[in-house]
Ligand binder design. Structure first.
Ligand code: NAD
Length: 421
């Protein structure tokens, strides 16, 4: 028996023959086919008598009175379909992304480049670094180029003192995602301000080049101090007329640590734990919301302050364990790649929720880390904080006081600087 589909216009099921005969001459064949594709397939059998009656009804619909309504509806459907098609063009297909890792030959950059080269969604990976990096970026690219994956890996190098905007046209053009672990890790004796000054200038050079060559790309900033660098770069983007939400501070390592440590305490697999971490990305500004995860919320209330501190101090624990010879690189690369993959999935139209530090209006601070929805354009929604425990509410006040000062440093930098054309 021929397949029948229900025309939403009158709720009756028709064969293709009946359907196309009715609309023939009113619309182009392609439009009729598109409308047919949208109609639901009728399940179950119809009796001959019913079929006959409905087919007759359909023929009658061709009479002038019924036609305008049906026509308008069909037109609207076809239009909606065309719009959906046009929109879907903006969504990239799987396996088609260009990604750049700036600082890609560094401690975080190398494993991060590897994880992104392994992502089946990455078609082209650019590894960018300075000529003074521990290995030439071309070497990292040659090495990664032997992985049995389809990604094409290219290295780009720049001399110290030169500007990315003058060197990165080929590297950045067409990029969908730029991950930035370029910059100095904090050295003993360095204040947060010293680090900010050095790394903000490095980040600015890269962001300036992105604004010129890939203004639609999402920029994932790993370079510290994230709490100040992100507001500085996002405001510079805004000043240039670009979308500040393209600048995303990567705080995923805090989430990864909160999940892992909750798993250790409860004896549960951290893979199934998802503790949102809000606020900022340094010291007391890191606020894990253990109360919002079904496993972590079972942890005794008296253990929470220590667990919270464990997450806050985890970076220092790694520096100490490495005897000051480096900071978190492998876990950071893992976390950066987790976020990077989610961003690419979002760009493909598969929405993902991850915590990130972005321009925000969910608190009274202009930048804040919280759950964020990633979609076709990058950040598509900044989600509210949800319910907090009494302990978390108290900590939130501490977070805000500290974070405000660090955001202000970033805003001041953006006021005093601008991105070149
Ligand atoms: N967000 C986080 O959770 C997190 C965690 C750990 C480290 N970090 C930060 O990430 C950054 C990198 O840390 P790392 O351990 O990989 O350091 P690293 O020194 O091993 O690597 C940094 C790389 O950046 C490169 N670089 C410096 N200036 C550059 C420029 N102008 N253009 C391109 N490349 C440039 C260097 O040559 C080097 O290869 C630091 O700022 C660190 O504080 C962030």
């Amino acid at each position: 028996m021929a397949e029948r589909r229900v025309d939403p216009d009158d709720g009756v099921a028709y064969t293709w023959e009946e359907f196309s005969t009715f609309y023939a001459g009113k619309y182009k064949k392609k439009a009729i086919e598109a409308y047919w594709e949208e109609c639901e397939v009728k399940k179950g059998r119809r009796t001959k008598a019913v079929a006959k009656a409905k087919a007759e009804a359909k023929t009658k619909k061709a009479e002038p009175k019924a036609a305008p309504k049906a026509k308008a509806k069909a037109k609207a459907k076809v239009k909606a379909k065309a719009k959906a098609k046009a929109e879907s063009k903006e969504v990239k297909s799987a396996g088609n992304f260009k990604v750049c890792v700036c600082g890609g030959a560094g401690g975080i950059g190398q494993p991060l480049s590897m994880l992104m080269a392994l992502d089946p969604n990455v078609k082209e990976l650019c590894v960018f670094d300075l000529s003074v990096a521990m290995v030439p970026p071309a070497g990292v690219a040659a090495d990664l180029g032997h992985l049995e994956r389809k990604s094409d890996v290219k290295g780009y190098v720049m001399e110290v003192g030169q500007k990315p905007i003058d060197n990165l046209k080929e590297c950045l053009t067409g990029c969908d995602l730029v991950l930035v672990p370029a910059g100095m890790p904090r050295k003993p004796g360095m204040t947060r301000d010293d680090l900010f000054k050095v790394n903000a200038d490095i980040a600015k050079g890269i962001v300036e080049a992105c604004a010129k060559f890939c203004p639609e790309a999402v920029l994932g900033l790993i370079v510290n101090p994230v709490n100040s660098i992100v507001p500085a770069m996002a405001e510079l983007y805004k000043k240039k007329g670009l979308d500040p939400l393209k600048i995303v501070g990567i705080t995923t390592l805090d989430v990864v640590r909160a999940n892992k440590f909750s798993g250790e305490i409860t004896g549960k697999n951290p893979n199934y734990i998802n503790v949102p971490v809000i606020g900022g990305h340094a010291g007391t500004t890191i606020l894990p919301l253990f109360s919002q995860d079904k496993v972590a919320k079972t942890i005794d209330a008296e253990k929470i302050p220590d667990l919270d501190k464990h997450v806050q101090d985890a970076g220092t624990d790694v520096v100490n364990a490495k005897s000051g010879k480096g900071s978190a690189t492998l876990s950071m690369a893992y976390a950066g790649a987790r976020l990077g993959k989610s961003i690419l999935a979002g760009l493909m139209g598969k929405k993902r929720i991850e915590c990130a530090y972005v321009k925000s209006d969910i608190t009274d601070l202009p930048y804040f880390a919280s759950k964020v929805q990633f979609g076709e354009k990058g950040v598509t929604k900044v989600l509210p904080l949800g319910e907090l425990s009494d302990y978390e509410k108290k900590r939130l006040e501490e977070v805000k006081t500290q974070l405000k000062t660090e955001i202000d440093s970033g805003l001041k930098y953006a006021e005093e600087n601008s991105l070149a054309d």
